[in-house]
Structures are given as C-alpha cells and as structure tokens.
Design a protein around this ligand. Sequence first.
Ligand SMILES: [Zn+2]
Length: 251
Amino acid sequence: MIRHSKLDPKAISILEDKIQLITTSKGAIYLVGPIRLPVNLYGETVMFNWYCWMNCDEVTKDYEKIIEKLSSVNTAEYQQSSVLVYGDFEQGEDAYIRLHSICHTGDIFGSKRCDCGFQLKQSMKMIAEHGTGALFYLANHEGRGIGLFSKAMAYVLQENGYDTVEANISLGFVDDARNYSDAISVLKALRSKPVTLITNNPKKLEALKKAGLEVSDRKPLWGDVSEYNEKYLQTKINKAGHIEPCDNCPE
Ligand SMILES: [Zn+2]
C-alpha cells in the first residue's frame, strides 16, 4: 500500500480541536471526543457522548505527529479504552460513574457465566436516568486484567472444579490485576466535582479515594443471577471482598 506523504491539513485541523493531551507518570493519554453516540438502551434511543483514549510514551501537543504514527503501528494492540458520557458531565452537581472492565464473553456474547453484560447495560441505564454520568469501558481489564486467552484457560479450570480466584492464581496471576489509574486521569480531565460510584467492589472505591477524588456515595449493582453465575457471584463476595446485596438495595 502506498501511504500519502502528507496528511490532509483540513482533517488535521478538525481533529486537533477534538484531541486532549493528559500527561501521566508513564507518558501520555490522548483523549479524542466528544462524539455523539445514540445508543439503543432497552429499546429506547439514548444520546451519549463518546470519548476514546490511547496511551503513548511520546508526550506532545503536536497531534499531527501522533496521528501520523497511527497508520504505521498496530493500534489494536494498544487496547484503547473509552468513556461514554451523559448529560452535563463537567458542571453537573452529582454524577454517576461506572468503571466497567471489558468482558468479551459477557458484554458481546451475552454470556451468563458472569454478570458483566447485565451490569454494562444496567449502569448505562442508571446514568441516563440519573441525568449525568460516565461509563468508563476499560479495554485492558479482560478477565480482571489477565487477558482473554488467559481467561479462556481460567474458564477451562473452572469447568474442572476451580473457582474464579483459584483459577487465576493457579495460572500464576494475582487474583485481581486491574489498575484504574488511566481511567482516573481521564475522569479528572473531564470533571473535578464529586462523583457517585456504581459498584459492589470496595477496591474501586479505594482506588478513587486514594487518587484524591471526592466520592460522595456508592450505588450497588446486582442482578441477573442465574444457575450459571451463582457460584461466580458468591466467590466475588467470599473471596474478592465484594459488598453483599441486601433486601433494601434498590438494584
Ligand atoms: Zn464478565
């Protein structure tokens, strides 16, 4: 394939206005957006604003340089994460936040071995109904950060009597390898006011508070329990310290 020697200057000037540089301890996060994204949510069209981000060692405001790089590298390997924003996220008084770890099987195929697909749609609905919020979709968090191939192997072990935590550990991984620092950097770039976190996981609460974010409340998110994920959900409570649902919980 013959590459154009020069990028289209008009396209570059349009894109430059839509790219933000966020510097981190490891380099840079480039955030592109907002992009209007009408979403089919339980049969209704809901308008979100979509942003996508990419990590890069190179820190520059010369975005043309970064755009030029994209066509020559395997961008899929960067595993770009993104965020779906609803309402006035910068200024709104209270905003709901969901840090959603990618789940290929649950989110895309609708697998009932876990509750991820349900949590994804339900948290988008909670954010839209609340009026302001953001769903962070974390693309490097597959299988709690061990990757898709490793998760498939962990599933094989689970079919042979291991629970989620035992399976990860016997493959040489820590139980939970997820890191929220990139999402927190992006969140801080988009909003400085307090947030309400949609989660059952106290580790996510801790990560946000440690990063100096003001978390005013937590909303639990349980549902879609079936014979296929009962054991998985119980392991989350018993071993991963998730907060158990109660009769008074709204969700
Ligand atoms: Zn899942």
